[in-house]
Write a new protein. Sequence first.
Length: 205
Amino acid sequence: MFVILDYGVGNLTSIQNMLKKAGVAATITGKEEDVRNATKLLLPGMGHFDNCMQKLNASGLRPIVEKKTFEDKIPVLGICVGLQMFMEGSEEGTEKGLGWVKGQTIRFKPERMKSNEKIPNMGWLEINACKSSAMLENLEHARFYFAHSYHVDPVDETVALIKADYGYSFTAAIEKDNLVGVQFHPEKSHRFGMQILKNFATRLS
């Protein structure tokens, strides 16, 4: 069962519809039994980091999610703030992150930018692959839709799957073991978004 985790946050129906277009059936659920039976798990996120962490912690689902992630080792995909939650914390708030990936989520640094890009970053960006991955099959010359003021800054650069440039190069996606996270919105990224969701659903096991 492909589970889109419903803990009260995110574009759940939009994600489900994009998966459906890719030929993938996914269930939106916050039921403990369903999460226990998941073979793939999608962690959505939208809005403020602290709000997302508080809602996930309050849902009671975190222990089950972490068991599925680290004991059963099912593929897990974080989207937008869902990716940011993988980290140890965020400059956006004071809540602790999940700590699945060492590093922080940081705000775009205007002083590092080569030009006067506006924050938040809202729009389409081309991507640069950092390593070979089944997640990137059939995604040559891909571009994705972003809407964010913060990005992940992992300690271990080898977890970076995709980089993008917005004033400076930043990590736009990570892959570590069974964990994948993307900063962009696949559900808003047309055929490229459909393809990366299809890759997660059909090529990772």
